[in-house]
Design a protein around this ligand. Structure first.
Ligand code: ZN
Length: 394
């Protein structure tokens, strides 16, 4: 199979999770039909990119988006603005384009910092409407270079920001060609995405049908190099697991546009080879606590896909989720109902914690949970067997 980063015929199948539903298209009753899609993860041994094979068409995935960004705290967003100032020296008049601005959370923060010369693209209807309602200059579409320049009165943006977007994009080269075409010469590019090197280190197998690419800093550097961009700064942060952001500039035109050797190879092979042990360990642990009953706390896409992909639904009784919008809905695949927490019903349960680690301690304290283990790295509450497995040296 052909790699969508390096275009070599070098993608091998590493994980085949069978047919899976779109996990956050929640259903209302157990007999409600839903579509399933093959869920396969491939690995390119040339450039190192882990990628979904036969991904779902974006038109099917994004019509009605359920993950609006304001639902998740983003403590690192102000840091990004600080860095845009120090790395690229942006000023209040700088023309900023955000690709995939979601509900406008970041554009609003920019506006609050007096950066008002900004436009945003957001293809999903409900997120777009929220952004529009905040009085932001947004367009309800996938990113298009021509629309971008016409919205900026014929000018090109000086800075392009795209947060938690590129991991969703099947045609990486079309995306970066568009970015390259529209960005002012000497302009800056800021990309933020999940950091898959954390998944390699911690044996985190929470893939998501929306994420067709699983980048590490190394694979991102290769992709950007192919488009003449050079990373001038990068950082990682805790966000839905771990995220990293890169600050890149157009490099000199005489820099060769080629990818470097793949430094992630040993990690990627270890990750593939330890998967059966991780899954068996989970099953053994859940069998050991089955007499108390097991609930999953937190019904986000990461935790529900973890349950679906590893096939753990039969070991779990139900899902507790604090968001009223999700309560009484059913997660397709695992067929588990979500409901609110009840001290009386839940006090003796064993909890699998499926909340992001930045709020995990808060949940444990608030509910006074005593029997629990996390399933979302890089939590310190991962089961003991998992921690030991992850520490195996290459
Ligand atoms: Zn490749």
């Amino acid at each position: 199979m052909t790699c969508r980063l390096c275009s070599e015929d070098s993608v091998e199948l590493h994980f085949d999770f069978g047919e899976q539903p779109i996990v956050h298209h929640l259903i209302d009753s157990e007999d409600q039909p839903y579509k399933k899609h093959p869920f396969k993860v491939g690995y390119c041994h040339v450039c190192g990119l882990l990628q979904l094979i036969d991904h779902i068409k974006p038109e099917d995935l994004y019509q009605n988006y359920f993950t609006v960004s304001a639902w998740k705290a983003q403590p690192h967003a102000p840091r990004l603005i600080q860095l845009m100032e120090s790395v690229f020296g942006i000023e209040h008049q700088t023309r900023i384009l955000e690709i995939g601005c979601n509900d406008g959370t970041f554009m609003e923060l920019l506006a609050n910092h007096k950066y008002k010369n900004a436009i945003g693209f957001e293809p999903t209807q409900d997120a777009f409407e929220l952004a529009l309602g905040r009085g932001l200059n947004v367009v309800n579409d996938f990113f298009d270079p021509n629309t971008a320049t016409s919205l900026m009165g014929g000018e090109n943006p000086d800075l392009i920001v795209s947060r938690q977007v590129i991991e969703h994009i099947p045609d990486l080269h079309a995306f970066l060609d568009g970015v390259s075409e529209v960005l002012n010469p000497g302009g800056g590019l800021v990309l933020e995405m999940p950091d898959h090197s954390m998944n390699y280190e911690t044996l985190d197998y929470t893939f998501w049908e929306e994420h067709v690419n699983y980048f590490t800093l190394n694979t991102m550097r290769s992709l950007l190099a192919l488009h003449g961009f050079e990373i001038v700064h990068h950082e990682s942060t805790l966000f839905s697991g771990k995220a990293f952001f890169v600050f890149a500039r157009k490099s000199n035109s005489d820099t060769p546009r080629s990818i470097s050797v793949n430094p992630d190879h040993e990690q990627a092979i270890r990750y593939r080879d330890l998967y059966p042990e991780l899954r068996n360990g989970m099953i053994k642990m859940l069998e050991g606590v089955s007499d108390r009953g097991v609930a999953l706390y937190g019904g986000g896409a990461r935790s529900c896909n973890f349950i679906n992909l590893l096939g753990l639904g039969d070991y779990i009784d139900y899902i507790i989720d604090d968001q009223p919008e999700k309560q009484n809905k059913i997660v397709p695949g695992a067929n588990l109902t979500m409901r609110s927490y009840s001290r009386e019903l839940d006090k003796d349960k064993f909890f699998l914690l499926g909340v992001n680690c930045e709020v995990e301690a808060k949940v444990v304290r608030k509910r006074a949970l005593s029997q629990f283990a996390s399933v979302l790295p890089p939590s310190v509450n991962l089961p003991r067997f998992w921690q030991e497995l992850a520490q195996i040296k290459i």
